[in-house]
Structures are given as structure tokens and as C-alpha cells.
Ligand binder design. Structure first.
Ligand code: PLP
Length: 465
């Protein structure tokens, strides 16, 4: 493999040395290099996996909290590559990063500006911290049943009306790859001297190809969370929280919150996966794979152009590796089921109107050739006889907020039948994943309009009257 420079991967290297060293182990994990694992599982996974399953502290691997040794070095290499002051490895996904941000930086009763379609982990953070959200509703793409861009003017208006906002906390891009004007929003935040946090869970690769949008860290955001596992090539549940070089945030408060929340037994396999994903982005092959993902997405888009009944969402700017399509006469869930059952295709997500397909660094051109052929086949068939489904999936309602999130969540509650819950105040978060956007949040008035989203629920938890 050709590389642009000598690439280091300290955790990967420490893991290899620990694996090769013969030692006697009297510590966790108690399966002791796989000896104590259920045989069927071990045989399926392979012995090596369990021999590598170690936690920090042992065998010269360093520690995560606080970062020492190879783990510290790996975080520093990550910060250098992404242009951050600090990059902190997260082992419960961007979820734990968002909760730590809220805990450290949005204190009880303090106002923060948040987009309505934020991920449920942002809500969890606000339930814990007690912050007072000022909601921003992005544009609605009604033909697609999707949320669109956040309008910078809405942020400016809120900052003009409230002079005590602690931070602006936005999601960019949306799950479907719609990109907001973070550059303008960042300038507005700086003018008002309010820090900007961006949940960039779906934008890990942006720094590494000019055809992808510019990462928020390069546009002046103070803190950015990225789910490396979503697109960056690390394993599930591994993410990174980047802190900008010149942030006004209390960096130590954030580091301390994270220390309270993260596991004390971090998996070296997962940490090595993060280290390897970062290292891969410094290799020619890693960068080529991003270009291939973009080219594959363009290829698929060009094939979709030729279809009669299947259309692709087109927004500028956008992340071209996220392809959202809809088919005439089919809901997104129906299209998902057809692709799964008739063609063995697993899509990223399905919503009311369409499905989300990702062109990833691990995909090959032939995957897209197959997908394009299958879509052509679907396009030629008549599905008009399929029964329409009533359930709605993508929460598009503008919440009517009656109570603070934390107050409602910790209030005295009762369970009531869904139909009897209309007019009551929700005491729980209902947000199905994907996309993890709230159908109901604590403190929100429950209305008739919520019912089509709640078909799978018979009772709801509401604030006791
Ligand atoms: C916008 C957004 N933020 C945060 C998260 C949580 O990320 P993770 O799964 O890495 O915890 C998700 C997950 O889907 C997401 O879509």
C-alpha cells in the first residue's frame, strides 16, 4: 500500500505488541484471552478477536481517562489531522459526546438555541442539564417529508431577541445529507459572542475531499462531534469529539463531564478501530476510497436520472454520498421492503416518502451496478395495488412546548392510553431510530397530529395532572 507519509497508529501498534507478548493474566476481562468464552461464539468470531479483547491500563496500552500512553498519542494525532485543539475518543458513540456537551456547557435554566430535528442524545443532554432550549425549525422539504436547511436568519433573530444565550447547538448535515450554511451561522455566533456546537455525526469524511462539504471545525465551530463509525471506517459505537483551537468554551469542564460518563473499562479493539480509521485517512488508499465512494454515488445518481418513477433528492450544497430517493406510489418503508425481500438489498433508512442509501468507503462499484439494475427493475413494475400504509415515520411536527424538558421528565407521571393522552403533556422522549428525531419530547403538548407516528404505542407517559 502506498502512503503519503509514514503513518502512525499508536493504539494499533500497542495492541499488536500486547497480543504478541506472552504473559500470565490475572485481570479483566475475565474471559482471559478467550479461554472463558462460550465455544460456539469463540469459534464463530475467531480466537484472535478474544485474544485482542483487552481494556486499557495493561500491557503498555495507556489509559483513556485521563489519556496517557498510546491512547493519548492517538488522540493527539487525531486532533492534528482534524485541526483541533483536542480530539477526545468516545466509546458510546456521538451520543455520549452530546450528553457530555450538555452537562458541561448548558447549565440549568440557561438558554441554548437548538434545531427541532436534533438527535435524541441532544434531548437526553438537555434533560440531564436542565437547559432551556430555544427551538429553531429548519426548512421543511414537504415533497420529501424531510427536514431541510437551518436558516441563518432564524439564528440571528433569536440571538437578537435573547441576549442571554449560552450556546448555539446545531445538527449538520441532516441524516439525509442536507447541509446548512454553517459559515454564515458561525459568523453570526461570533458577532454575538456565543459559541457554536455542531453535531456533525454524519460528516466525518468531509475534511478529506473537496467534493464534500467543508467541515464545521474549519468554518469556526467551537465543538464538533463526529460518529467515526457511521462513515469514517471505525467500528460501531466509536466517535470523536473535537474541540476547536480558539474556543471560548470551558474545555476542562467538557473533559470532566466526559470522564464522568465514559466507561472505566474501554475496549482496546474499539479504540484501535478509531486509531486505525484516523490512520487510514492519512493513506493514499484511504483517500482514494473516499473518491471512489463519491464517484459511485455520482454513477448511481446518473442512473436514477434515467428512471421514470424514482427520483433523487437534490439540494445544494449536499453530501453527495448520501442518496435519498423516492418512488411514485410507494412509501419509503414499502420501497425498503421491496428492495430487501426481492433483491437482498439493505438500505440505511426508510422514511414516509423515501429511502436513504449511503455510498461508503467500503462499497465497490459492482455494488452500485447491482443497485442501479435493481432500481431500474423496480421502476418498471406496477406497485399500485399495494395497500397504502398510515404510519408516519419522520417526525415533522413543530412541538408545542408547555414545560421545561427536565422538569417534565422528572415530574410525577402517569401512563394513559394513547387516545386519552391528547391534550396532556408528554413526560418521555419518543424518538425512533433512525433517525432518532423526537416524535414527542418531555414537556410537549400531545395532539391529534402525533397519532399517525405512534401506531406502535398503546400507552404514553404523561405529566400527572
Ligand atoms: C445527527 C445525529 N447525532 C447523533 C447521533 C448519535 O450518534 P451515535 O450513534 O454515534 O451515538 C446520531 C445517530 O444516528 C445522529 O444521527
Amino acid at each position: 500500500m502506498k502512503t503519503l507519509k509514514k503513518v502512525k497508529a499508536p493504539i494499533v501498534e500497542a495492541l499488536i505488541s500486547a497480543y504478541n507478548k506472552h504473559s500470565y493474566h490475572f485481570h479483566i476481562p475475565g474471559h482471559t484471552r478467550g479461554n472463558g468464552v462460550y465455544e460456539t461464539f469463540k469459534n464463530f468470531m475467531g480466537e484472535k478477536f478474544f485474544q485482542c479483547d483487552m481494556t486499557d491500563e495493561f500491557d503498555g496500552i495507556g489509559t483513556l481517562n485521563p489519556p496517557t500512553g498510546p491512547i493519548k498519542e492517538a488522540e493527539e494525532l487525531c486532533a492534528e489531522l482534524f485541526g483541533a485543539q483536542k480530539s477526545l475518543f468516545l466509546l458510546n458513540g456521538s451520543t455520549v459526546g452530546n450528553i457530555a456537551i450538555a452537562m458541561a456547557l448548558s447549565l440549568q435554566g440557561k438558554k441554548i438555541i437548538v434545531n427541532r430535528n436534533c438527535h435524541r442524545s441532544v434531548l437526553t443532554g438537555m434533560i440531564i442539564s436542565g437547559a432551556e432550549p430555544l427551538w429553531v425549525n429548519p426548512d421543511k422539504l414537504d415533497d420529501w417529508s424531510l427536514w431541510g436547511k437551518i436558516n441563518p436568519r432564524d439564528i440571528e433573530n433569536l440571538l437578537n431577541t435573547h441576549n442571554d444565550v449560552e450556546m448555539v447547538w446545531l445538527t449538520n448535515p441532516t441524516y439525509e445529507g442536507v447541509v446548512s450554511d454553517i459559515e454564515t451561522i458561525s459568523k453570526i455566533c461570533k458577532k454575538h459572542n456565543v459559541p457554536l456546537v455542531v453535531d456533525e455525526a454524519h460528516g466525518t469524511l468531509w475534511k478529506f475531499n473537496k467534493e464534500l462539504p467543508t467541515p464545521s471545525l474549519d468554518l469556526g465551530a467551537d465543538i464538533v462531534v463526529q460518529s467515526f463509525h457511521k462513515t469514517g471506517g471505525s467500528m460501531a459505537q466509536t466517535s470523536v469529539l473535537h474541540i476547536a483551537k480558539n474556543t471560548q468554551f470551558d474545555v476542562e469542564a467538557l473533559v470532566h463531564s466526559l470522564r464522568l460518563l465514559q466507561t472505566t473499562s474501554p475496549s482496546i479493539i474499539l479504540l484501535a478501530g478509531l486509531d486505525a480509521a484516523r490512520a487510514n485517512l492519512e493513506t493514499e488508499e484511504g483517500l482514494n476510497n473516499i473518491q471512489i465512494a463519491i464517484d459511485n454515488a455520482k454513477y448511481l445518481s446518473s442512473k436514477i436520472e434515467d428512471l421514470n418513477h424514482i427520483k433523487q433528492l437534490k439540494q445544494e450544497p449536499c453530501d453527495p454520498t448520501k442518496i435519498f430517493i423516492k418512488a411514485d406510489n410507494l412509501s419509503g418503508k414499502q420501497l425498503e421492503t421491496i428492495l430487501e425481500e426481492d433483491y437482498n438489498i439493505e438500505v440505511e433508512a426508510a422514511s414516509d416518502r423515501g429511502i436513504l442509501l449511503l455510498s461508503n468507503i467500503g462499497n465497490e462499484k459492482k455494488d452500485f451496478e447491482y443497485l442501479a439494475d435493481c432500481l431500474k427493475d423496480v421502476d418498471s413494475k406496477d406497485y399500485t395495488k399495494l395497500t397504502k400504509e398510515n404510519k408516519k415515520h419522520m417526525p415533522m411536527l413543530i412541538p408545542k412546548i408547555k414545560m421545561n424538558l427536565r422538569e417534565a421528565f422528572y415530574s410525577e407521571k402517569e401512563e394513559v392510553k394513547k387516545e386519552d393522552a391528547i391534550g396532556r403533556i408528554s413526560a418521555e422522549v419518543i424518538a425512533e431510530c433512525p433517525p432518532g428525531i423526537a416524535i414527542l419530547l418531555p414537556g410537549e403538548l400531545i395532539t391529534q397530529e402525533h397519532l399517525p407516528y405512534l401506531e406502535d404505542y398503546s400507552v404514553l407517559e404523561v405529566v400527572k395532572q
